[in-house]
Design a protein around this ligand. Structure first.
Ligand code: SF4
Length: 313
């Protein structure tokens, strides 16, 4: 799981870059339009479509690790190709997207139909770019080939530590780090052999709060990816949460978090469609609960008829 929109900078400013032929970290450097001049939008710029909310990791700062996660998130689901097709048609009835993110909570590759979803999105021209964020543990050779053939634009890989012990501590999984390294290496090598630059492979790790650890990460993943970066930790806790999802990341008071937003721009330009087809306007609303009168949450129509959301109307 990952949600880069949490790190979107200034309120009221949105990227308008339309091609995917740029390195991932350069995407945010493109020309920006002022969101305040455009709202209310007839359609979202960005949709997060969740292939599944099931994950083979149980990260300490992710709701997936809660004992009652399945119950609180409304059950464990995998998107079907039929429902994916309906969602894409509904999206296109609203308007073409700038970005389709095929991830939300869960590990996207835990749904083996993921490459079919990507291919369909490209075939229907749903968005300027399609992005998948993964822990890379399930990308074996066959899946690597299918992913490359799907014409995915960006593959973002999340790393949780530069040693087996650290990774196991954070993820609650004994999957060795060298399997992730091997999977990323193989995918890039198959892609390069085919003479393709896509998917662009971006590997990132949350700031370990340890300069040596961060350096090890860049040395390990820099050479086997197109870009590797240490990103700031995020804080998506609610005051009522009984568990500190920020876990061991004491550096949440870093400079990045000193600039509190007065309002979140997310609901004004993006939408989340969960694997069970429930729709929310908040990227951290894993319990899918409406939180304000302005956030109208409806299911995408199973009949294929697109519905407009009050927030975009
Ligand atoms: S990899 Fe970790 S952070 Fe991502 S969905 Fe799984 S448990 Fe959550």
């Amino acid at each position: 799981m990952d949600c880069e929109v949490r790190h979107v900078g200034r309120l009221g400013s949105m990227m308008s870059m339309s091609t995917s032929s740029v390195a991932y970290r350069s995407l945010r450097g493109g020309p920006r339009t002022n969101l305040a001049d455009l709202v209310p939008l007839p359609a979202p710029f960005t949709v997060y479509l969740e292939p599944t909310n099931i994950c083979n990791f149980k990260c300490s700062y992710c709701p997936v690790h809660f004992d009652d996660y399945a119950e609180r998130s409304g059950g464990l689901s995998r998107l079907t190709l039929e429902d994916c097709t309906r969602v894409f048609r509904d999206i296109l009835a609203l308007g073409r997207l700038r970005t389709l993110n095929l991830y939300m909570l869960g590990e996207p590759f835990a749904n083996k139909r993921l490459p079919e979803f990507i291919s369909l999105a490209k075939q229907l021209d749903v968005a300027d770019r399609v992005i998948v964020t993964t822990n890379a543990t399930l990308i074996d050779e066959a899946m690597a080939r299918r992913t490359i053939e799907s014409r995915l634009d960006y593959l973002r890989v999340s790393i949780y530590g530069t040693s087996n012990s650290r990774s196991a501590q954070v993820t609650g999984s004994k999957i060795p780090l060298n399997r992730i390294v091997a999977n990323v290496t193989r995918l890039k090598s198959i892609r390069d052999e085919r003479g393709s630059a896509w998917p662009h492979i971006y590997v990132k790790m949350i700031d370990a709060g340890d300069a040596e650890d961060n350096k090890r990460f860049l040395e390990l993943f820099g050479p086997i990816s197109d870009q590797a970066a240490v990103e700031p930790a995020m804080n998506w806790n609610l005051p009522k949460d009984e568990v500190n999802l920020s876990g061991p990341h004491e550096n949440l008071d870093a400079e990045h978090f000193r600039h509190k937003k007065t309002a979140c721009p997310f609901p004004f330009y993006s939408l989340v469609v969960n694997a069970d087809l429930r729709v929310t306007v908040c990227c951290v609303d894993w319990e899918k609960a409406p939180r304000s009168a302005t956030c109208v949450i409806r299911r995408f129509s199973r009949s294929g008829t697109a519905r407009r959301f009050a927030i975009f109307a």
